[in-house]
Design a protein around this ligand. Structure first.
Ligand code: FAD
Length: 478
């Protein structure tokens, strides 16, 4: 007997994908559909926490949600979807181990998110790091802390300056948050390094536009600029990075900033692997063309059995508040679209009509380092400590699952009394270094002892009695 239970394939278990699967598990009746989630990572990443992870205010593992622990009725596959042939309702999965294979589905949900968008600037691809994954956040923290250790052993000079210089490219929310959080971390590290002073640390933010944080009002963004300046940070507005070869950041102003930590946060683009590898319709900016009801397609025509949400999709913003008429790529939308997606798929499976996605932007809240933040909703703006409390309150509650909320909030509580955790575990990248240094190894093979070609002269051996004994001992040891 063939299995006639509809198969729902979710491509990506991030914000939108995780919430779609989580909600489907609650909505679907037993045997109503099979849900499979494919993601190369075993967790959903709470990306708004990445700046705080980089600053050591949140433990890295606490800011991700294990898919297998919380998606109990779905099948989770560790791999990438590398092709979608929707005309045949077949997807290609490239698992993290083993050969690629194809699976059939009835409904596909494309929620593969976005990746850092870069430009072909010399040196950026090789020397910079993005901030879209937990691995990047951990690496940024490790680099800054290792550089403090290195710098503390060097005399003042260009190399020490380079190690203590951080450059962030992109003055959007993510860029400003990580910049301010790292400034806060660096300031708090100084007291542990008597060899270094605050003046030895250098922070530069480079933004191509004439302002930062387009999500908040100009007045609020100017307050952030003043606040950063007070904390010794340099912001280069109307400036572009033109090169980053050998760790030398070249700016369009002609300035050169040598730096060992270059963080690129200048925009995102819809996941190219999934978008290019599929036959689903794509709009001008490379996102999957999506309708307000989250089905793939246009107002006139939808693609049966195909859905998309989150950063990979272009969902029309029916409130009129979006950029170019579409929802901006943020978690606020991805979460809500994921939840509606589950409801709409369930409705369609039951022969009902899906509903349109409508969500009015709630505003924006950002952490700017310990005890400092900014919040804007309409004309209301909060700054400093009260905004920081709002930031932690909002994100503490928004973190999915009580298990994860508890870990994050508990960590904050501990830090409040115990201080920021400044342990640097960057050697985890080379975990065998001590073991390898002292591990006993087989001795290299000794050359075979060849008998002398010529008969020895009489009396020669008797002339070297110690050598004979030494040779005998060496042979015994072998
Ligand atoms: C530093 C930072 C701070 C942010 N702060 C905020 C904030 O304060 N407020 C806010 O609203 N938004 C914020 N955002 C934006 C928000 O996090 C994203 O908009 C949101 O994560 C988008 O959700 P998504 O589900 O579309 O993609 P993601 O959450 O990125 O999930 C995509 C998933 O797809 C997986 N995937 C990738 N390729 C494949 C493949 N080929 N096959 C299968 N799976 C694949 C990925 O591993 C990932 O798990 C922030 C983002 C960053 C980077």
């Amino acid at each position: 007997m063939t299995n006639t239970v509809p198969k729902i394939l979710i491509v990506g278990g991030g914000y939108a994908g995780f919430y779609t699967a989580w909600k489907l598990e609650k909505l679907l009746r037993k045997g109503e559909a099979d849900v499979t989630v494919v993601d190369p990572l075993p967790y959903m990443t709470y990306q708004p926490f990445l700046p705080e992870v980089a600053a050591g205010s949140i433990e890295a593992r606490h800011s991700v949600v294990a898919l297998r622990r919380h998606l109990k009725r779905s099948t989770v596959i560790a791999g990438k979807v590398t092709g979608i042939q929707h005309a045949d309702k077949v997807a290609t999965i490239t698992p993290v181990a083993g050969e690629a294979y194809q699976v059939e589905y009835d409904q596909i949900v494309v929620t593969a998110g976005a990746v850092s968008r870069t430009f072909p600037i010399p040196g950026i691809a090789d020397n910079a790091i993005g901030l879209k994954t937990i691995e990047e956040a951990v690496a940024i923290r490790d680099r800054l802390m290792s550089n403090f250790d290195k710098a503390s052993t060097l005399p003042a000079g260009p190399e020490r300056d380079r190690l203590l210089t951080v450059v962030v490219v992109g003055g959007g929310f993510a860029g400003i948050e990580v910049f301010a959080e790292l400034r806060s971390l660096a300031s708090s590290l100084i007291k542990f390094y008597p060899q270094l002073t605050f003046e030895d640390t250098h922070f530069h933010l480079v933004e191509a536009m004439g302002r930062i944080m387009p999500e908040v009002s100009l007045k609020t963004s100017e307050w952030v600029l003043k606040d950063l300046a007070k904390r010794g940070a340099n912001v280069h507005l109307d400036t572009q990075v033109t090169g980053a070869v050998d760790g030398n950041i070249e700016l369009s102003t002609g300035e050169t900033i040598p730096s060992d930590l270059i963080i690129w946060t200048a925009g995102v683009m819809a996941n190219p692997t999934v978008v290019r590898g599929s036959d689903l319709p794509v709009e001008e900016r490379g996102r999957i063309r999506t309708r307000p009801d989250l089905r793939v397609g246009t107002d006139e025509e939808f693609v049966e059995g195909a859905w998309a949400a989150g950063d990979v999709s272009a969902v029309p913003d029916l409130t009129g508040g979006g950029v170019g008429g579409y929802c901006v790529p943020n978690a606020q939308h991805a979460v809500r679209q994921g939840k509606l997606m589950a409801k709409n798929i369930t409705a369609v499976l039951r022969g009902e009509l899906p509903k349109d996605y409508v969500h009015k932007n709630l505003g924006a809240v950002a952490g700017l380092g310990l005890y400092n933040g900014v919040f804007q909703s309409g004309n209301i703006a909060l700054k400093g400590l009260v905004a920081w409390v709002a930031h932690r309150g909002y994100h503490g509650l928004a973190m999915p699952t009580w298990e994860r909320k508890f870990r994050v909030v508990w960590g904050w509580w501990n830090n409040l009394w115990l201080g920021r955790d400044i342990v640097n575990l960057s050697t985890v990248q080379n975990p065998r270094y001590v073991f390898e240094e002292f591990a006993a190894r087989p001795r290299p093979a000794q050359p075979a002892v060849t008998p002398p070609a010529e008969p020895r002269e009489q009396g020669k051996i008797a002339d070297q009695p110690e050598k004979v004994e030494a040779d005998k001992e060496a042979a015994a040891a072998r």
